[in-house]
Design a protein around this ligand. Structure first.
Ligand code: AMP
Length: 505
């Protein structure tokens, strides 16, 4: 079957990413605006960060062994030039020289990895020449293939990654701009999209949004931890998020944690056979992460494992006790959860998470913790300490919607129906004055029949239809109709404004 009419290809958003449409976007804006207001009252200021950074920044900070870095990052080479054009006949010697030249001129980055690749390219070239000289065709072919494949491994640009989280960027910016010289603690918040190639499901997306905050400075006083948590809880209260539960833990520091991790590893070795493949692997790579496991069959085993609280050193124990006391001073309820770990070396002491209802298995709306080693790890002063959190905005919005807090106010105040050219010009002026006064006004762009125009006002769910026709113009009034009950009256402009204000109050 042939068709003369070819329909153009339609596009769809990529798997795991989505559009946020009105009216949902109104709720998103309310959430983000409330965060700005609440964080502002705690003395936090916004930092606007780039969406991409050097891959190495995340590899170093988030950690090479994490799922995020090992398999979820959106990375690409930022190619400045690319490979030289091979032309129709590739002579390996000539082409190798061309590639080396491209590295000298900076068209291909001259980094250690590329240098070692070029060493093997040269090596294979030598073998190719030797094999050809001796007419050993098969060997020559193999050397040619290896030469060719080695070239494919050259990094053609700096590797760049769409940020999977923003703490690394905040710390990078803190160091880059020498913010350690600023007085007091540096308190920053950010909001925006993050990217992780995860398996999409409800509450888990490949482009998702976070609202986060960080405190960087020389102090690790428990009062800072408690205030950061207080700020979060204030935000959730202001948003009327119901059923949020704060979970806290302390995971020790570099004095006491290593011994605990070894003890945990030893205990895990004993029960190795009863664990699933993920946990078995983590015994070597990151035993703390086993505690995160949600696998039903592992729960009883995990329950019997040694707990960090029993292995904290004196100063970590004191710090944790003081955090709890300070939360108490602020009237903040919490649940202690010894399994709440952040499996990264630079995290220490306080960790916390907030769960909310209506989210199924992805019920964490916020995760946070103290990361006193991170600034140093990224080349900053060893004395700078840090603590922060990231709220998953998608999940927060989902939970608010589930709790019935997703209703959005607003909508159309006035549908301004006009009839005739003279009324049109009057309506344009009136629309401007109404909008200047803050009313939401819909002004039809073309003239419509009366019934059709008012029908549209209804369907747009306008609160009022304001009607301007020849009769109104002659009398110097407008007709205002309240669409909820159909009541109607003629008002002068000043009266109209008072009437609308009273109706909106
Ligand atoms: P994390 O940076 O992994 O500690 O995540 C902090 C918060 O971001 C989590 O508690 C979630 O609310 C949210 N989050 C993390 N990954 C995703 C995702 N793929 N989709 C939606 N929200 C996410």
């Amino acid at each position: 079957m042939t068709s003369t009419h070819h329909k153009a290809k339609q596009f769809q958003a990529i798997k795991g990413v989505r559009d946020i449409l009105p009216p949902e976007s109104v709720l998103w804006n309310r959430v983000e605006q409330t965060a700005r207001e609440v964080f502002g009252t705690f003395g936090f200021a916004e930092i606007r960060l780039p969406i991409f950074e050097q891959t190495e920044l995340f590899a170093r900070s988030v950690g090479q062994e994490t799922d995020i870095v090992s398999k979820e990052m959106y990375s690409f080479d930022d190619k400045p030039g690319g490979m030289p054009d091979p032309g129709p006949f590739v002579i390996p010697e000539d082409y190798t020289v061309a590639v080396e030249h491209a590295m000298k001129t900076g068209q291909i980055p001259l980094n250690p990895s590329n240098q070692s690749i070029m060493a093997s390219v040269r090596e294979n070239l030598k073998m190719l020449r030797k094999a050809s000289d001796l007419s050993r065709t098969q060997e020559a072919e193999q050397a040619y293939m290896r030469w060719f494949v080695a070239l494919q491994h050259l990094e053609l640009g700096e590797s760049i990654t769409l940020r999977p989280e923003a703490t690394a960027s905040v710390v990078r910016a803190y160091i880059e701009h020498g913010m350690q010289t600023l007085p007091g603690n540096v308190k920053l918040y950010y909001l925006g999209p993050m990217f992780r190639r995860e398996r999409p499901q409800k509450g888990r997306y490949r482009q998702f949004y976070q609202i986060g905050a960080e405190v960087l400075g020389s102090s690790d006083a428990p009062g800072i931890d408690a205030e950061v948590i207080e700020m979060l809880m204030r935000l959730f209260e202001r948003l009327k998020l119901k059923g949020a539960v704060l979970h806290i833990n302390s995971i020790g520091d570099k004095n006491c944690r290593p011994a605990y991790v070894e003890k945990l590893r030893a205990e895990l070795q004993k029960v190795r056979e009863q664990l699933g493949p993920d946990s078995q692997r983590r015994i070597e790579t990151n035993p703390l992460r086993v505690l995160d496991s949600k696998l039903e069959s592992e729960q009883d085993i995990i329950h019997k494992l040694p707990r960090i609280a029993d292995h904290l050193c004196e100063s970590c124990r004191e710090h944790y006790a003081e955090v709890k006391k300070q939360l108490g001073l602020r009237g903040i309820k919490y649940e202690e959860n010894w399994r709440l770990v952040r499996g990264l070396d630079y995290y220490m002491r306080t960790t916390f998470e907030i769960t909310a209802p209506g989210l199924g298995s992805q019920n964490a709306v916020c995760g946070g913790g103290r990361y006193d080693g991170l600034v140093e790890l990224l080349g900053g002063p060893a004395t700078t300490k840090g603590i922060g959190f990231a709220i998953g905005t998608d999940r927060l919005v989902l939970s608010l919607q589930g709790e019935g807090e997703g209703e959005v106010q607003g909508g159309l105040d006035v549908y301004l129906a006009w009839f005739g050219a003279a009324a049109h010009s009057a309506a344009i002026g009136l629309a401007r004055r109404l909008r200047d006064a803050g009313f939401v006004v819909e002004l039809p762009a073309v003239e419509m029949k009366f019934g059709k125009s008012l029908g549209l006002a209804d369907r747009l769910k306008a609160r009022h239809a304001v009607i301007v026709g020849d009769d109104e113009l002659a009398a110097g009034v407008v007709t205002v109709k309240r669409l909820s009950d159909g009541s109607q009256q003629k008002l002068g402009e000043q009266e109209l404004f008072s009437y609308l204000r009273a109706g909106n109050a």
